[in-house]
Ligand binder design. Structure first.
Ligand SMILES: [Cu+2]
Length: 489
């Protein structure tokens, strides 16, 4: 088993405790009494210390001996105490639904927690972490209870089936959280679409160094509605990265100290290592670095690749990297950076609350919101796109998703050029609407020839009512003959 240095340090720190620790819970009886007493139940306190950590890319529980997801043992009548600590810092809990056991949530910030329960049933029970995705990526083990189930508390056979069903449901349905009003500290997380790195053009390959920070923060989803976003650099989408084919990119990902989750990055421009996702699973307060060569030109999506991946994406963890071809792209007057995503919330669209993610809706692909640049109004109120008549506008457009295809369209304009699927080698011309896959991108270019407000939409137009609307504001004098209201002159 490969262990990280931090894991070894943790194991060293706790290995002085011989575990499981068996403590006589009953006061010992005098010898004479013991000889004549009715056989007492050998009730003991079984104490286990479990730390969480990441081992070989999996999230696990580790006991004091370094055993991963250890089998815990107890006898009917025992009291079991589990002392739980977050080794890598992220938030977790421990559930044994069949025994009605649930710990409080614990993280580096909360410190350790413990849960104590008396075992009344024999059998093999599963313990696991109920944070979405954590069980699937490894956080589960067994509790084996020997002896005879106590008659008065033994569950009927059907109850076992019901409780395992409940456990399965718990996987996708986090405990309901009380409804609360919009978070007053929520800020705008909308990325400014005009923040596009400068063109690179013709030059020799270089080493580029990027550093990004994953931050969880309350953001404004809409007027009067907030949401806890998970972001790259406090914005949605994360910053646009720009490189040239042949460049080597060194990318460091730092996860903010106050994060509750592990985060990571998978860039679709990367060959190997799950796009970087394999080697960037980073715990709160830590950082990791990967280096890759930009082998293929194109516009590529990046996203967090930590389970539950669609949950991390739906919370805002996506962005794009442009890899310019040899010689760069043609010159245009303006460049913009726009991404579409959809969000699944506990309350309906428009509810004046702090919205919580709803994983059941996510599993069923029934979003409440569709957004450009992270929030409702990001590109129609906060950051409108601007251009002047006669200019050529290039839009780098991607879909974070996690699930929905975009039918990208600009009302009242025609794309003169479309680099379909972000592939730069052979553009299409004269396109009305272009399909963009989740985890995909496109580059569109349009020469604007008439003043006005042009709407950016997903032409699955019900989605405009759920937030997916942007504005390209074109100013200047109309070009004669292009368009006018009324009869021909
Ligand atoms: Cu993440």
């Amino acid at each position: 088993m490969k262990t990280t240095p931090s894991l070894r340090a943790i194991a060293a720190a706790v290995c002085v405790l011989a575990l499981p620790l068996s403590v006589q819970a009953q006061a010992s009886l005098p010898a004479s009494a013991a000889a004549t007493a009715v056989k007492p139940a050998a009730a003991t306190l079984k104490r286990y210390e479990l730390q969480t950590n990441i081992v070989d890319g999996k999230m696990v529980f580790i006991d004091a001996k370094g055993q991963v997801n250890p089998v815990l043992a107890a006898k009917v009548g025992d009291t079991v105490e589990l002392v739980l600590k977050s080794g890598e810092g992220a938030e977790h809990d421990l559930l044994i639904p069949e025994l009605n056991v649930a710990s409080a949530k614990f993280s580096a910030n909360s410190g350790s927690t413990s849960v104590r329960f008396k075992v009344t049933r024999a059998g093999t029970f599963t313990y696991y972490c109920s944070i979405p995705g954590h069980r699937q990526i490894g956080m589960e083990g067994k509790l084996e209870v020997t002896g005879t189930s106590l008659a008065e508390t033994a569950a009927p056979a059907s109850a076992a089936g019901e409780s395992s069903q409940a456990a399965a449901l718990a996987l996708y349905t986090p405990a309901p959280s009380p409804m609360r009003g919009p978070d007053p500290s929520a800020v705008s997380v909308a990325a400014n679409p005009a923040q596009v790195p400068a063109a690179i053009g013709a030059r020799a390959p270089q080493l580029l160094k990027y550093r990004m920070e994953t931050v969880e923060l309350p953001g404004k989803l809409d007027d009067g509605t907030s949401f806890t976003y998970w972001t790259f650099n406090r914005q949605v989408p994360g910053p646009m990265l720009r490189a040239k084919v042949g460049d080597t990119v060194e990318l460091t990902l730092f996860n903010a100290r106050d994060s509750k989750m592990i985060h990571s990055i998978d860039l679709h421009a990367v060959t190997g290592g799950h796009g970087g996702g394999q080697h960037t699973q980073v715990a709160p307060g830590q950082e990791k670095t990967v280096t890759f060569k930009a082998l293929n030109p194109g516009l590529f999506v990046y996203h967090c690749a930590t389970p539950l991946v669609p949950q991390h994406i739906a919370a805002g963890m996506y962005g794009m990297i442009l890899v310019e071809p040899e010689g760069g792209l043609s010159k245009v007057d303006r460049e913009y950076y726009v991404m579409q995503g959809e969000m699944y919330t506990g309350r309906p669209h428009g509810a004046p609350v702090h919205q919580e993610p709803n994983l059941e809706k996510m599993a069923n692909e029934l979003p409440d919101y569709y957004v450009f640049n992270g929030e409702v109004g990001a590109l129609s109120k906060t950051h409108k796109l601007q251009a002047k008549v006669g200019e050529t506008v290039r839009i780098y457009f991607g879909v974070g998703g996690p699930n929905k295809i975009s039918s990208f369209h600009v009302i009242g304009e025609i794309f003169d050029k479309v680099y379909s699927e972000g592939s730069i080698s052979s553009p299409k011309h004269d396109v009305q609407t272009t399909l963009v896959a989740p985890g995909g991108a496109t580059i569109v270019e349009l020469k604007v020839q008439h003043p006005g407000s042009y709407l950016l939409v997903d032409h699955a137009l019900s989605r405009a009512g759920k937030g997916a609307v942007g504005v390209l504001e074109v100013t200047g004098e109309p070009v004669p003959g292009v368009y006018h209201a009324g009869a021909a002159q």
